[in-house]
Write a protein that binds this ligand. Structure first.
Ligand SMILES: Cc1cc2nc3c(=O)[nH]c(=O)nc-3n(C[C@H](O)[C@H](O)[C@H](O)COP(=O)(O)OP(=O)(O)OC[C@H]3O[C@@H](n4cnc5c(N)ncnc54)[C@H](O)[C@@H]3O)c2cc1C
Length: 292
């Protein structure tokens, strides 16, 4: 199919883009990499009267790692996030997750801003943003707001973004060198969206016992879920094989996936448990310097 007709705008500055979005309100939509919006336009699932193309906004294509924060501009492509040395140093988990998004041409075009606003519940960037409680920067005529990832994702493909606003950047806390991380996803074919994805970060104390563990699961609910592990009483525990399996089972107990047309809820739950177990192992190996 072909898209319904629309008016095309190509602003040269963020200010001009915001002006257009404010002027046309609900009848306008920004387009970034077009990897999600393009198909939706073609299938007429989206029919904006005004399309605001963000591709000339070079000021939103940036990576800034300073101190404890990695800030990434909305128009930064997945490929750059996956490969840039500053991301691999400051947030290797984000780089690794971005490297698994779709296929090479999709990573060349798709942007971090588009991925966050599109908010597919199984998508990699929203999962890592949720795990790390990234800060999402949103700008409109009334100024700039900072929204934590836990508040930004509201429902399937629904985020805290008002008409006339756009996402301009996202800030991730830099991962400490001593933090171990793990990322696992399972999809039918390489490059497909995940059925389930799990990301974790953890640290050990001087005696090799758990100090902190954070874990998030994608593909099992309307938004990525950060699982509260406080009930699992992990702090101070020795990370044995059976402890890790218990933690993975705890995670699977805390999710409540729906039965899909082709994928039963129980399948997703078992997959979440196994991927959590593998991700925790991977993270532990990193803290011990075994995994690269
Ligand atoms: C075959 C295929 C496989 C894919 N596989 C995966 C996958 O495995 N994992 C994954 O995460 N993604 C996957 N994707 C989607 C891809 O990652 C997209 O790049 C991403 O979802 C959207 O980014 P985009 O820049 O293309 O956004 P667009 O498609 O241009 O826009 C998406 C939405 O975001 C809005 N938007 C974009 N930028 C902004 C902004 N700065 N401010 C406000 N609103 C904005 C648009 O209005 C639109 O609603 C796949 C896509 C395809 C076609």
């Amino acid at each position: 199919m072909k898209p319904a007709s629309f008016n095309y705008h190509r602003p040269q500055t963020v200010e001009a883009a915001i002006g257009l979005l404010a002027r046309y309100g609900a009848s306008a939509k920004p387009i970034a990499g077009g990897q999600s919006l393009g198909p939706m336009l073609n299938m007429r699932l989206a029919r904006p009267e005004h399309l605001v193309d963000l591709n000339d906004l070079v000021e939103l294509d940036f990576l800034r790692a300073s101190g404890e924060v990695l800030e990434i501009g909305a128009m930064t492509r997945h490929i750059r996030i996956a490969t840039a040395p500053e991301v691999r140093r400051a947030h290797p988990l984000l780089a690794a997750a971005a490297a698994t998004i779709g296929h090479y041409p999709i990573r060349q075009r798709g942007t971090i801003g588009g991925s966050l606003v599109h908010a597919d519940p199984a998508a990699q960037i929203p999962l890592i943003a949720t795990l790390c409680n990234a800060e999402i920067i949103v700008s409109g005529m009334a100024g700039t707001r900072e929204v934590s990832a836990s508040e930004f994702f509201q429902a399937v493909m629904t985020v805290d973004l008002r008409h006339g606003e756009m996402l301009t950047a996202v800030r991730f806390p830099v991962l400490a060198a001593t933090t171990g991380w793990g990322f696992r996803l399972f999809s039918r074919r390489r490059g497909d969206f995940a059925i389930v994805a799990v990301a974790t970060t953890l640290s050990l104390d001087g005696d090799g016992r758990f100090a902190t563990v954070d874990i998030a699961v994608g593909g099992v609910d309307s938004v990525p879920l950060r699982i509260d592990l406080s009930g699992a009483a992990i702090k101070g525990e020795i990370p044995t094989e059976s402890r890790v399996s218990d933690m993975a089972a705890f995670v699977a107990d805390r999710i409540n996936p729906d039965d899909g047309a082709t994928i039963p809820a129980e399948y997703r739950r078992k997959l979440a448990a196994e991927l959590a177990r593998q991700a925790l192992h991977e993270a532990l190996e990193r803290t011990r310097g075994v995994a690269s």
